[in-house]
Write a protein that binds this ligand. Structure first.
Ligand code: GTP
Length: 350
């Protein structure tokens, strides 16, 4: 049975204030936590057991998933009292693995939306007799990511984490946040301190001439770490541009939960998601946005490219563009929110 480690212990600072109470991987993207989409993808690839590497708001995962009874994959939790970084979290989670030293372990960042063929990546790891196989994707502007140049055989040449100078931008291939590790490699990561897998473990493996390969997959990939990316990821899922085994047959211009009450004169477009028990008034126009459960949107209000968290109340005739509204916040009638506005939980805004 294939085992996996899911890294879900980060603070999600770039998605504050949404992540004050909910860890990033548990925020709903098209109605399911990102973690739900990832577990479904892993299950499809034959993963039968997942160790969840949790730290920040660890209890939220256990309350939602339990031991995986509902998702059909056995889930166990490796909780870090103090966050150990990505490498330290992988090492800490390894204590809960049952596989042997030469077996493959799938490792996933918790904020990646992808349709990656995980089983195919495992096969490439086997074929190359690799210590680690990395999933790589290509992006137009790689500056915010970890660059991973490879040679003609796919062997990784270097790791350049978030390059700052033009000379460092030697490739458009970036680390896409999913790896296949040989179990024994994980066991060699130091266990007594925080470790970054990107800045420390991978460069050390290269320096020791270990077999690290990169596998470019040009299918859908998105890091959901920022509000803009989060809204895009949700809309892409709703419209069927991003794949998820959970949304088969439910995609279209919008995804409205059956318990939501949307006035027939409202316009809901661009891959907007409307959560359970939300209420949307007459003439409201909602485009490319994510509306969580129990939200109220008043008549005539326009919301574009924004995220509105649980039980927030937006009155009538507001204009809201590129904005993040946290849970239970109140936006009063006629408010016009500047792009980039962040509204905190329970805040009231005119
Ligand atoms: P930002 O604060 O906005 O950068 O988000 P983040 O805290 O999630 O960090 P980042 O996006 O770099 O993390 C990549 C993945 O690793 C995410 O899925 C995080 O949940 C996870 N992660 C980061 N640091 C830790 C850690 O110390 N422990 C564990 N268990 N997971 C971590």
């Amino acid at each position: 049975m294939l085992e996996a480690i899911l890294l879900v212990g980060g603070q999600g600072t770039r998605l504050r204030p949404l992540t004050i109470s909910t860890p990033k991987p548990m925020l709903p993207v098209a109605g399911y936590a990102c973690t739900d989409h990832q577990i479904a993808l892993a299950k499809k690839a034959g993963v039968g057991r997942i160790v969840m590497g949790t730290s920040y708001r660890a209890e939220v995962f256990e309350e939602h998933f339990g031991h995986g009874e509902k998702v059909g994959v056995e889930l166990v939790y490796a909780v870090e009292d103090e966050p150990l970084g990505t490498g330290g979290a992988i090492r800490n989670a390894a204590a809960h693995l049952t596989c042997g030293p030469n077996d493959p372990v799938v490792v996933f960042n918790g904020d990646v939306l992808t349709g990656l063929d995980i089983a195919g990546l495992v096969q490439k790891w086997r074929d190359a007799d690799a210590d680690v196989a990395l999933y790589l994707t290509r992006v137009e502007d790689p500056r915010a990511y970890g660059l991973v140049p490879t040679d003609a055989n796919g062997r990784v040449l270097e790791f350049l984490e978030k390059p700052t100078t033009l000379e460092e931008i030697v490739t458009d291939q970036i680390n896409a946040g999913c790896y296949i590790f040989k179990r024994s490699v994980i066991d060699s990561i130091p266990s007594d301190r925080p470790v970054s897998v990107e800045r420390e473990t991978f460069p050390e493996l290269l320096a020791a001439d270990r077999m690290v390969i990169g596998v470019v997959d040009d299918g859908y990939w998105l890091d959901l770490g920022t509000p803009l990316a989060f809204a895009k990821g949700s809309a892409d899922l709703v419209r069927g541009i991003a794949p998820s085994p959970l949304l088969t047959g439910r995609t279209g211009e919008s995804l409205i939960e059956p318990t939501a009450k949307v006035d027939s004169s409202a316009s809901i477009t661009g891959g907007t998601y409307i959560g359970h028990n939300a209420i949307v008034g007459a003439g409201a126009v909602i485009d490319r946005s994510v509306i969580f459960a129990d939200v109220e949107v008043g008549s005539g209000t326009k919301i574009t490219n924004s995220i509105v968290s649980t039980a927030a109340k937006i009155s009538s005739d507001c204009t809201i563009v590129d904005t993040v509204i946290a849970e239970r916040a109140q936006i009063n009638a006629g408010a016009n929110l500047e792009p980039g506005t962040l509204v905190f939980p329970d805040e009231s805004v005119n």
